[in-house]
Design a protein around this ligand. Structure first.
Ligand code: NAD
Length: 553
């Protein structure tokens, strides 16, 4: 197996790639408005209640019609996933990995089409959508390799007279609950990690991006994932999502989303349901109020470029987005002047057109929330540029900068999740880092400085899960930049990193007393994975009890 390598981004300066993307956009446009089923145990199901996913480019355009699953249907999906777990857990990690590698290959083959779906369903620009697909491919290729690594014999000490082993086994059924803002990458990442580790999944995508979620399900099926291992359920988070979290047979919840929903899930998963025989594992990746600190010795053009791309890339709708620029007093005015020139040059418009750097925000509720924060911000600071909704179809907002904001202002403390940047003046570099640390979050952050001592100070005291130095605070690469936040940004799971799969596994320590004839001296073999043992076992195992019942349903 080749070592892991990140998927390259598509070079849209090449005419052939531009043509491929334009064709994909036209193709997907013709497919808008289809109806999609939920899929439980290999059965596609249509329900009486439906909802529509509409395009933020033009809300009169329906991207797709989806089934509104209720709590009972969500619970049934958990039961089916629990049945499928009986077989899937014993499949060799290499075979599970192969399945993920196949998914990665299909994602690559369909990358333009999947990117085009993101253009229409969540308003991503071409490079943002392409980066989203590339990250999804990376997650499959990376976690597949990680499953094999964790499935191999693990280093462990040996007590005298014993053969000691340490093996990782899967947890059970996972409820995978992703957000809409990386509708393919995060959804694929949490699903791929669950499956790679030998768990089965009920996936409930965000109601703002269910079409993209469906395509991942379809691709996994094409890659040969057995029925019931991945189940796809659409519906409201508060109803279907909560039912998945509360089900006694749900063993873990992999959630990425807002702080408030994450906390609610943490509380719900912490309550023991009747019949539940474990403490549920919760992997929560939540919001951010990320800052870029600009020191007096920084390369100002570099710093401005980093702030602009981090604050306004994908309309500021990233957990890692820069929503505070904290600038040391000496260079504050110069920074603002250069920032203004760059922000005013940003092109906003439909992301079906390659030239537009910013598209619409995801939905009407987001539009109204962001406009409300802008009004609050106008009272808390000085509006430097932007501040308005654009007079056209769709949910477009100007890139907005509010200067002279106090560190404890509402727009400096709360996650806005839109194209709004608060600029804060700090007395000096240390003060800037103190301000950076003064929210309840701790996800990403950058410092721009050429001074090694200042860099070292940031490493010591800037309390974020992902610290960036002289670069933007967005743009996370699998394997190189494991992502996960401190404090109320989440459980610091470090997705895309070498610790991540551990959250989806439990470890079993095995101590076997050596007996004469059992392991003759000098012949103590490395242990094999339980899966391999199971395949060569002479002991008859009962067939999974629920399997036939599921097939009949
Ligand atoms: P959200 O919290 O509104 O929704 C996330 C998911 O939770 C959706 O699928 C939703 O249907 C579901 N949900 C809602 N209520 C639920 C409930 N009571 N029980 C179970 N599920 C429920 O978040 P969003 O608007 O989709 O995404 C934006 C948020 O995600 C931002 O706060 C952003 O910072 C965060 N985010 C964090 C990361 C990270 O890695 N830390 C990455 C991306 C996004």
């Amino acid at each position: 197996m080749r070592p892991f390598k990140n998927e390259p981004f598509t070079d849209f300066s090449q005419a052939a790639n531009r043509r491929a993307m334009e064709q994909a956009i036209r193709k997907v446009e013709r497919q808008l408005g289809r109806e999609y089923p939920i899929a439980v145990g290999g059965r596609e199901i249509r329900l009486p209640e439906k909802f529509e996913s509409v395009s933020p480019l033009d809300p009169s355009r329906v991207v797709g019609i989806f089934q509104q699953a209720d709590a009972a249907q969500a619970r049934q999906a958990v039961e089916v996933a629990a049945g499928a777990f009986r077989d899937w857990r014993f499949l060799a990690p290499e075979k599970r990995a192969r399945c993920l590698f196949k998914i990665a290959n299909i994602l690559r083959r369909r990358k333009f089409e999947l990117a085009a779906w993101m253009v229409f369903e969540v308003g991503k620009s071409w490079p943002e959508a392409d980066g989203d697909v590339a990250q999804a491919i990376d997650f499959c290729n990376f976690y597949g390799r990680e499953a094999i690594r964790y499935g191999a014999p693990q280093p462990i000490g040996q007590a005298p007279g014993e053969k000691d082993e340490f093996i990782y086994i899967p947890l059970g059924v996972g409820a995978v609950i992703p957000p809409w803002n990386f509708p393919l990458a995060i959804l694929t990442g949490m699903t791929a990690a669950s499956l790679a580790a030998g768990n089965t999944v009920v996936l409930k995508p965000s109601s703002d991006s269910p079409a993209i979620g469906y395509y991942l399900f379809e691709i996994a099926r094409e890659a040969g994932l057995p029925a019931g291992v991945l189940n796809f359920v659409t519906g409201s988070g508060a109803v279907a999502g909560e039912a998945l979290v509360e089900h006694p047979r749900t063993r873990f919840v992999a959630f990425t989303g807002s702080k408030d929903v994450g906390i609610r899930i943490s509380e719900a998963a912490g309550r023991l349901a009747p019949g539940q025989v474990w403490i549920k594992r919760v992997i929560l990746e939540m919001g951010g109020k990320d800052a870029i600190v600009v020191a007096s010795d920084a390369d100002l053009d570099d710093a401005v470029a980093g702030v602009v791309v981090s604050a306004f890339g994908y309309q500021g709708q990233k957990c890692s987005a820069c929503s505070r620029a904290i600038v040391v007093a000496d260079v504050y005015d110069e920074f603002l002047a250069r920032l203004l020139a760059r922000v005013e040059a940003i092109k906003v418009g439909p992301p079906t057109v390659q030239e537009n750097f910013m598209g619409p925000v995801v939905n009407e509720a987001a539009l109204n929330r962001i406009l409300r924060y802008i009004e609050i911000g106008k009272g808390e600071g000085r509006l430097l540029t932007g501040g308005n909704q654009l007079p056209r179809k769709g949910f477009y907002i100007e890139p907005t900068v509010i200067a002279d904001v106090a560190p404890n202002a509402v727009i400096a403390q709360e996650e806005i999740f839109g194209p709004v940047l608060a600029v804060i003046k700090a007395r000096d570099y240390y003060h800037a880092l103190e301000i950076a640390n003064s929210t309840v979050y701790g996800l990403t952050g950058s410092v721009y400085t050429r001074d090694r001592e200042k860099i070292n100070l940031a490493k010591e005291i800037f309390h974020v899960g992902n610290l960036c130095i002289n670069r933007r605070c967005t743009g996370i690469l699998v394997d190189a930049n494991p992502l996960g936040g401190f404090n109320l940004s989440g459980t610091d799971s470090k997705s895309g990193g070498r610790d991540y799969l551990l959250h989806f596994l439990q470890a079993k320590s095995i101590a076997e007393k050596l007996q004469a004839g059992n392991y003759p001296a000098g012949k103590r073999r490395a242990s094999k994975s339980p899966t391999r043992k199971a395949r060569t076992s002479r002991i008859r195992r009962p067939r999974p009890r629920r399997k036939r019942a599921v097939a009949r349903r």
